[in-house]
Design a protein around this ligand. Structure first.
Ligand code: ATP
Length: 522
């Protein structure tokens, strides 16, 4: 077998179309209900995507719940302690009143009577002449990063020559001369209206508004409403965290950018409870750990940043919020949020205590005045909460975008550099040809790898087609290592191991394969 040339990858701008095509071709992500024309804002994961997302969720669970922060000590000098929870998508409607979602989870929207489009009011811009006003000519509205922008720009330039862009809100209403982003005629935009992002549903047989409930827009509230249960039924002591992963739903007005902004998505959220005096230190601790975590599973580099919110961006109860942001091909040169780490103060528990009239204060026996017998008097308080809230779909998409690589010097130029920990296929075993006893040796190796690593992802066995085609398929699927049984294997008990990223091959003893893979998978 000849050695593949060393990789000479040139950084080229990644095309979202190419990434989406690969996701479809290799079974990572499909449009939901595709055979019926799809449904806007919903995506299904194919076999490889489902396993990639599971690996990401498992990595989160392992590093946040089972062995939080890789055993790092927290600011209190002790190991970080966390427990899991699995809570319902539908909770009592009062949960969302207390959390502020029913009253406040609103964005002002404008509708277009002609195109039936609905746009976030603060996202709509208008092209007007650079100097002077438009007189009685129409002006052109668009939404940034939507196809409407280029279309409207062209029309505006034709009419006015040099144009500038201003916010729709700066144009006095009624907007009789404004042509909506996807409209042909002027005057079709409605005035801004509030639009609640929560999906509602009516549980039970009586279809009565009074029975209305909501699909959760975040997993976090399931934790807050169970805080007392966890404290009362387990031996946790502050500081500790409660993690919750699962589906959330937001009726996003303009779902876009592949899975980045969907209407159904999966979150992995941790609510970490601590004493108010220690909360700022814990906030910094979690912010830094979460950034390190994303780097450790393959997002290191200049595409990943931690953005600390300015003081004026913070909620009134927060003493700090930062976002881990990734430079997706569709946000470049800007970044898009992967995870928010928020200092939430005691806002949520206080809201639920007041609304439910259930005492959610915590009795801390290790605090308070020192008594003559050497023990402490104890202290009642509502804990502060630090919330690292990650999105698993955005996480999976960032891993795919980061991993997607084109190298024209390779026989098959597209490949996916996924970190071995999250890669859906961990290894492939290939008999070079389906004869001369190679398949039998290969099957034995496959059985060994399957027994050891089959609980972490797929192990492939393939004896059909040319070896080049088999490598290419594994490259596109992000499989980090292929082990090939060839003529030499039969005489000297060695196989080739091919590295996905360099295309290089080396020979190792067949009895060393499982040790090699174990080390690489970590
Ligand atoms: P954005 O400002 O982008 O709407 P957000 O700040 O409202 O996001 P959070 O409420 O902090 O998001 O939710 C935590 C995480 O959940 C986000 O960092 C993101 O990864 C994920 N998420 C939120 N909304 C969506 C969505 N519509 N589609 C996919 N993932 C989402």
């Amino acid at each position: 077998m000849s050695e593949a040339p060393a990789s000479a990858a040139q950084p080229t701008k990644k095309s979202m179309d190419a990434i989406m095509a690969l996701c479809k071709r290799r079974g990572f992500i499909y449009q939901a209900s595709e055979i019926y024309g799809g449904i806007n804002g919903f995506w299904d994961y194919g076999p490889l995507g489902a396993q990639l997302k599971k690996n990401l969720r498992d990595a989160w669970w392992q590093d946040m719940i089972l062995n939080p922060c890789w055993g790092r000590k927290g600011p209190n000098g002790s190991r970080v302690r966390c427990v899991p929870l699995e809570t319902c998508i539908i909770q009592h409607p009062k949960v969302w009143e207390a959390s502020g979602h029913v009253g406040g989870f609103n964005d002002p929207m404008v509708d277009c009577k002609e195109s039936k489009g609905r746009y976030r009011y603060d996202h709509v811009q208008v092209f007007v002449p650079e100097t002077g006003d438009a007189g009685d000519k129409p002006v052109f509205a668009y939404v940034g990063d939507q196809p409407s922008e280029a279309k409207q720009r062209k029309k505006a330039e034709k009419l006015f020559g040099v144009i500038k862009s201003v916010a729709l809100s700066s144009i006095p209403q009624p907007w009789a001369r404004v042509i909506g982003p996807d409209a042909e005629k002027p005057g079709t935009l409605t005035e801004p209206r509030m639009f609640n992002l929560m999906f509602d549903t009516i549980p039970g047989a009586i279809r009565d508004e009074a029975n209305k409930a909501y699909l959760r827009p975040e997993t976090a509230q399931g934790v807050f409403v169970n805080f007392k249960n966890v404290v009362d039924t387990t031996r946790v002591k502050l500081p500790f965290g409660i993690g919750n992963t699962g589906r959330s739903f937001r009726n996003e007005v303009t779902p876009r950018n592949f899975t980045f902004r969907s209407r159904e998505f999966e979150q992995a959220e941790l609510e970490f409870f601590c004493h108010p005096d220690e909360s700022v230190e814990w906030y910094k601790f979690w912010r830094d750990f979460r950034m390190d975590w994303w780097k450790a599973i393959g997002l290191a580099g200049e595409n990943l940043i931690l953005r600390e919110h300015d003081k004026d961006e913070l909620s009134h109860y927060s003493q700090g919020t930062s976002d881990v942001e990734y430079r997706f091909p569709f946000t470049a040169p800007g970044f898009g949020e992967l995870e928010g780490i928020a200092h939430r103060g005691n806002y949520d528990l206080t809201q639920h205590e007041n609304t439910s009239r259930t005492k959610l204060k915590y009795f801390d026996a290790e605090r308070g005045e020192l008594l003559p017998n050497g023990s402490r008097k104890g202290e009642w308080y509502i804990p502060h909460c630090i919330e690292p809230a990650a999105g698993l779909d955005r996480g999976a998409l960032a891993l795919i975008c980061e991993g997607y690589t084109r190298d024209e010097s390779r026989p098959s130029p597209e490949f996916l550099k996924l970190h071995p920990r999250v890669a859906p296929i961990k290894a492939a075993v290939f008999p070079l040809v389906a004869k001369d006893g190679m398949p039998e040796v290969g099957e034995k190796l496959y059985d060994e790898l399957f027994a050891k690593f089959g609980n972490r992802g797929f192990i492939e066995f393939d004896e059909k087609q040319s070896i080049g085609k088999r490598y290419a398929r594994m490259d596109e699927a992000g499989c980090p290592f292929c082990f090939t049984i060839d003529g030499d294997t039969l005489t000297n008990q060695t196989v080739t191991v091919r590295d996905r990223d360099s295309g290089q091959q080396e020979r190792i003893g067949i009895d060393k394969v499982s040790g090699f893979l174990g080390e690489k998978l970590g």
